[in-house]
Design a protein around this ligand. Structure first.
Ligand SMILES: NC(=O)c1ccc[n+]([C@@H]2O[C@H](COP(=O)([O-])OP(=O)(O)OC[C@H]3O[C@@H](n4cnc5c(N)ncnc54)[C@H](OP(=O)(O)O)[C@@H]3O)[C@@H](O)[C@H]2O)c1
Length: 286
């Protein structure tokens, strides 16, 4: 059984989840989610922009695990990020997933009218249609501003985090404001040869574990909930086996020294980079 963390409103969320980004093939996605649930995952992370909510919904219906034992997250895409857009986006996601309620609904990106969208999320939460609401890819300044003007605080902020981009300052800020940090691309999606890193390999060898397991354990020990993707049943199993050992303080420090402070992907810190991203995001079929 995967341990849980408790969100600020008291609901329990699994301490590690299964993500389905880049799994667009409906049959492969459905099969992978069924396998993931059957091998023990309970948190399934999808998004309107992943274009696989229907496949995830089918997997949930045929996996053999009761709905209430699962924790399902989906996300509102940029083109629907406004007060009215969020109502439409939520209705479409729920229809595709075929679910009565959602466990966690996130604003996927801090662009467009996310204040308007947040009011809709607050209403969905008050109406019991979602058990928790949160945000994704929000920097500290955007989090602080959103919290200042709104009644319901984000329960979760999902951000990129891996051994090369550790975000300790962001983690401490979220912890101090009682926001649960989740990590996307915990293995940097294969970027930067993370799995070949010598420090990580040495620590893995000392524990008789894989590098992937060391990185996931390191996140869990920092109270961060990793969302990991694998289409391979053996690696799905491997990635779950991170709750039967601990890293020492010295090992945590050795991993801390690997931080580059930079994203493993294309940064979106300049105007032209954001413009390119927004142009591309408008073509998604959400
Ligand atoms: N909200 C956002 O902005 C955002 C952005 C990116 C990702 N995410 C979420 O985070 C999830 C995970 O991120 P991600 O898919 O980008 O990257 P990731 O989980 O860091 O890496 C996935 C890659 O690592 C491989 N892999 C998995 N387990 C492995 C292991 N034990 N040993 C060796 N290789 C392994 C997978 O290949 P195989 O499939 O062949 O095992 C896949 O190529 C996504 O699916 C999504 O739910 C969210």
């Amino acid at each position: 059984m995967i341990p849980t963390v408790t969100l600020p409103n008291g609901i329990k969320m699994p301490a590690l989840g299964y993500g389905v980004f880049r799994m667009k093939d409906p049959l492969l996605c459905e099969e992978a989610v069924v396998q993931a649930i059957q091998c023990g995952y309970r948190l399934i992370d999808t998004a309107a922009a992943y274009e696989n909510e229907e496949a995830v919904g089918r997997a949930i219906r045929r996996c053999g695990v009761p709905r209430e034992e699962l924790f399902v997250t989906t996300k509102l895409w940029i083109t629907d990020t406004s007060y009215e857009g969020a109502k439409r986006g939520f209705a479409r996601s729920m229809q595709r997933l075929g679910l009565e309620y959602l466990d966690l609904y996130l604003i996927h990106q801090p662009y467009n009218d996310y204040y308007g969208a947040w009011r809709t999320l607050e209403e969905l939460y008050a109406a019991g249609k979602v058990r928790a609401i949160g945000v994704d890819n929000f920097t500290q300044d955007k989090l602080a501003d959103l919290m200042y003007w709104n009644k319901v605080k984000p329960a979760v902020n999902l951000v990129e985090c891996n051994a090369f981009f550790q975000r300790e300052d962001d983690r401490l800020y979220m912890q101090s404001r009682n926001i649960q940090m989740q990590a996307w691309s915990p293995l940097a999606a294969g970027q930067g040869r993370l799995l070949e890193n010598e420090t990580l390999r040495a620590i893995a060898a000392d524990h008789g574990k894989s590098v992937a397991q060391i990185v996931l354990r390191w996140l869990v020990q920092r109270n961060i909930v990793p969302l990991i993707k694998s289409g391979n049943p053996q690696r799905m199993q491997e990635n779950l086996a991170v709750f039967d050992f601990s890293l020492t303080d010295a090992e945590m420090h050795r991993i801390a020294a690997l931080d580059t402070g930079h994203t493993a992907f294309s940064p979106r810190s300049t105007g032209p980079a954001v413009e390119d991203f927004l142009r591309a995001s408008s073509s998604y079929h959400v």
